[in-house]
Every structure is written in structure tokens, then in C-alpha cells.
Design a protein around this ligand. Structure first.
Ligand code: HEC
Length: 154
């Protein structure tokens, strides 16, 4: 009897959760933005695990636009698997801006650092809608994380 009451209450609560009928605001789609689902690829060197893990959390600011796992489709921005050391504008099938595709930049750690700090200052005219991260420690952590996005035995 008691159990049944709880179930009834639960059901009533759940019904109230799926979308907000009063304000007309739709419930968020599962998986639409999943910054917390970003998974770290195999991190090897143990001393970088901590900083890379901090970077993985910082990367939630980027994950609204970027996927990170191998073969995942682009979102608003290109997939960033293996980005460290790659030439800019090289992801297959992504419609880059002219600024990005003709930049002739290789994503070294230094270039990533400058780009993440000030995307427009580093590469004028690119289409990445991100204001930049001013904190050098946060940038370093994000880059440490980006470095983990590569094949496990690379
Ligand atoms: C609002 C969406 C958005 C956010 C937030 C965002 N990006 Fe981007 N990013 C883009 C787009 C769009 C491009 C492609 C820009 C172009 O073609 O000019 C891009 C390009 C890049 C590139 C170059 C990729 C390549 O293949 O050359 C890197 C690296 C990058 N972003 C890293 C980041 C990082 C790190 C963050 C978080 C600190 C971030 N982005 C946040 C949308 C975003």
C-alpha cells in the first residue's frame, strides 16, 4: 500500500517534469549538449593525468560546439580528436571559414594557447564563436587535455 502511494507520487512528479507546459519551454533534449559526457581518452603519463583531467572539466566550455572522440560528427565546430599537431582546417567534411582553411597554421601547443586566449586576435575572421580564455592555467589544462585526444598507442 505504502509502495503504491510512493509510485503514484513519483509518477505525478515525473509527469510534471517533461517540458514546461505553463511557460511553453521545451524540455532539453537528451544529448543536445553533453559537456559532462566528454570522456578522456587514454592518458598515459601519470603526472599529466591531473592537469589533463582539470582540462577535461574546463573543456565543457568548448564541448557545446566540439566533439572529441574519434569519428564523432562535428557540432557547430569540427571534431577535435587528434587536433594537437594537425594543420588548421583539416577535418574532413567540415565547412571551415576561409580564414581557418587558408591560415597555414599548425596546431602546436603555442598556437593553440594563443588561439584559445583570443581566437580573433590570433586568427582574424575565423568563425569560432568563443570569446577566449584569459586564465593561462586554464588554457594549459585544456591543452593538456587536448593532447590526450589521440589513438591510445600513439
Ligand atoms: C560557439 C561554438 C564554439 C565554441 C564554444 C568553441 N569553438 Fe572551437 N571552433 C568553432 C568553430 C565554428 C570552428 C571553426 C572556425 C572556422 O572555420 O573559422 C572552431 C575551430 C576550432 C579549432 C580549429 C580546428 C581545426 O580543425 O583546425 C580548435 C583547435 C578549437 N576550435 C578549439 C576550441 C576550444 C579549445 C574551445 C574551448 C576553449 C572552443 N574551440 C570553443 C566553434 C566553437
Amino acid at each position: 500500500m505504502k509502495t503504491q502511494l510512493i509510485i503514484t507520487l513519483l509518477a505525478a512528479t515525473l509527469v510534471g517534469c517533461g517540458g514546461d507546459a505553463e511557460t511553453g519551454v521545451a524540455a532539453p533534449q537528451p544529448g543536445a549538449t553533453t559537456p559532462t559526457n566528454v570522456q578522456s581518452a587514454a592518458t598515459t603519463a601519470s603526472q599529466t593525468v591531473n592537469i589533463a583531467d582539470q582540462g577535461r572539466k574546463r573543456f565543457s566550455a568548448c564541448a557545446v560546439c566540439h566533439t572529441v572522440k574519434e569519428g564523432e560528427p562535428a557540432r557547430i565546430g569540427p571534431n577535435l580528436f587528434g587536433i594537437v599537431g594537425k594543420p588548421a582546417g583539416a577535418a574532413d567534411g567540415f565547412a571551415y571559414s576561409k580564414a581557418m582553411s587558408e591560415a597555414g597554421v599548425v596546431w602546436t601547443e603555442d598556437n593553440l594557447n594563443a588561439f584559445i586566449e583570443n581566437p580573433q586576435g590570433f586568427m582574424r575572421g575565423n568563425r569560432m564563436g568563443y570569446v577566449g580564455e584569459k586564465n593561462p592555467e586554464y588554457r594549459a589544462a585544456m591543452i593538456a587535455y587536448l593532447k590526450t585526444l589521440k589513438p591510445a598507442n600513439d
